[in-house]
Every structure is written in structure tokens, then in C-alpha cells.
Ligand binder design. Structure first.
Ligand code: FES
Ligand code: FES
Length: 159
């Protein structure tokens, strides 16, 4: 017998009433119960960062958090970055600086970078590179990812 609990996940400002087992990860719940498949799952062990989302503004590896732990918190995923037809500066910068190749790692990098820059807009360049080193890109496009995040950081600092 599997015990499920009814919870509400608030993703990008929209409530999703779902029923999950206590062991259900946030990553799986976001994708399978809430239909938001922009969050990618790579290693499922907290190593690659592909599953990064923001929970109450903090970048979180959603494969390492249980869905029930995120109930009542504000979750932001890649689907919530653009404003209508207007891309977020980080999305634009990835496009303009060729920060993606296959794109599998991209949602995780975008959410990580946006989360860090919203909290610490004046983060030093060295620290930014250090933060980005926690996510993996199998296409090894790191130079362009760093270039894109640097460009977006400047853009996001504009009043
Ligand atoms: S899938 Fe979560 S860190 Fe790799
Ligand atoms: S762009 Fe392919 S894994 Fe990063």
C-alpha cells in the first residue's frame, strides 16, 4: 500500500493541488504531477544541477528535495522566467552568446544564475564563475555559458 498526501505546489505563481508519496522528489512532482517539463533531470544524485529550480528564491537541486518539503513555498522554474513574449535577460544572453548547445543543462544554469544574481547583483566575477562550476554541461560549452551570464549580470544590474 502506498500512502499519498495531498499537497499544493505553487509553481510560477500557479497552484497545483497534487497527491504524492512522501518519497516523491520535487523534480519528479514538478515534471509528472504538474506537467512542467522544462526542469530537466540528469544524474538524480545532486551532481549535475540540471534540475535546479528556485524555492523561496534559493537555487535548489530539485532531485534532492522531496515534493512535500516544497509545499507552501514559492517555486520558480524555467517556464516562469519569460514575461509573456519577452524573454528574461538571462535567456536573451544565452541566445546571443551561444550559451547552449544541446540545451539539456540550460534550464538548470539559467535558474542557478538568475537565483544568484537576484540575491547578489554585485557578485564578483570570480565568485560567479565559482557558482557556475557547480552545474555540469555535457556539451562542454562552459566558456559561452560564462560569457552569457556575465552579460546578463550587467543587464540585470541596470535600474
Ligand atoms: S538531476 Fe538533480 S543534480 Fe542532477
Ligand atoms: S548544452 Fe548540452 S549539456 Fe549543456
Amino acid at each position: 500500500m502506498t500512502d499519498k498526501t495531498s499537497i499544493t505546489l505553487t509553481i510560477n505563481g500557479r497552484d497545483h493541488a497534487i497527491s504524492v508519496e512522501s518519497r516523491r522528489t520535487l523534480a519528479d512532482a514538478i515534471r509528472e504531477e504538474c506537467g512542467q517539463t522544462g526542469t530537466h533531470i540528469g544524474c538524480e544524485h545532486g551532481i549535475c544541477g540540471a534540475c535546479t529550480v528556485l524555492v523561496d528564491g534559493e537555487p535548489v537541486r530539485s532531485c534532492l528535495m522531496f515534493a512535500q518539503q516544497a509545499a507552501g513555498k514559492e517555486i520558480r522554474t524555467i517556464e516562469g522566467l519569460a514575461r509573456g513574449d519577452e524573454m528574461h535577460p538571462m535567456q536573451k544572453a544565452f541566445m546571443e552568446h551561444h550559451g547552449l548547445q544541446c540545451g539539456f543543462c540550460t534550464p538548470g544554469f539559467l535558474m542557478l544564475a538568475v537565483g544568484v544574481l537576484e540575491k547578489e547583483p554585485d557578485i564578483s566575477d570570480d565568485d560567479l564563475v565559482d557558482v557556475l562550476s557547480s552545474n555540469l554541461c555535457r556539451c562542454t560549452g562552459y566558456q559561452n555559458i560564462i560569457k552569457a551570464v556575465r552579460a546578463a549580470a550587467i543587464e540585470m544590474r541596470q535600474p
